[in-house]
Design a protein around this ligand. Sequence first.
Ligand SMILES: Cc1cc2nc3c(=O)[nH]c(=O)nc-3n(C[C@H](O)[C@H](O)[C@H](O)COP(=O)(O)O)c2cc1C
Length: 217
Amino acid sequence: MRKLLLIPWMLLTMLAVASACGETGPVPDEPELIRPGDNGNTDNVEGGGVNSRCMVLYCSRSGNTERMARTIQSVLGCDMTAVEPETPYEEDYNAMLDRARAELDAIARGDYPAIATSVEDFDDYDIVFIGYPIWFGHMATPMQAFLHNHAGLLAGKRIVLFASSGSSGIAASERDAASLLPDAAFEESLLLTSASLGSMDTRIPAWLEELGASREE
Ligand SMILES: Cc1cc2nc3c(=O)[nH]c(=O)nc-3n(C[C@H](O)[C@H](O)[C@H](O)COP(=O)(O)O)c2cc1C
């Protein structure tokens, strides 16, 4: 059973956030969160997929992108790996926002945050799904760091982006990905916002079908 925890956006919060974020779009006071339900547990799953030819990489702070990753994994039977920061994010939401903002500023100067996750090679995978939350309009920083560290290994791979956000679009993060992985072949991305996360169990299989991705027998 899934529960959608609806946290109403307060007018004041929206105004404050809009001014803080500029053109990158609003940041919710706290992310709207779909709790892991029928097909979600919170353990980090490494490997174990039926389909050895696809990999799902994701980072997720509050569980929405993780749930998207698990849905892709359950449809296609991919292997799956969580990309984690070396130092966990602060429990305090404002401190976490400050850190995320500082990390994005550092990335703009070419300085990527330390992450705890690395993958030796992607030789077994034809297609790599890369999932992340939108942070201040951009790809969340741990995934940017992961792609920066693995650009050579991901060159020439079929890459499919997926993301969750409060309401912002995915275009700026697609540009992040294209500049981090200049030699990858990108396919149609999927963004689910807080308004559409609730329908992920229908949206994700339909999107995978459009991509022509199917479980390898
Ligand atoms: C640091 C930070 C920045 C965010 N920036 C945005 C944003 O610019 N636009 C937006 O729509 N949502 C923003 N959000 C909300 C998240 O994108 C959204 O809640 C997402 O579903 C969280 O995914 P997760 O549960 O996998 O961490 C932000 C959240 C955080 C923590």
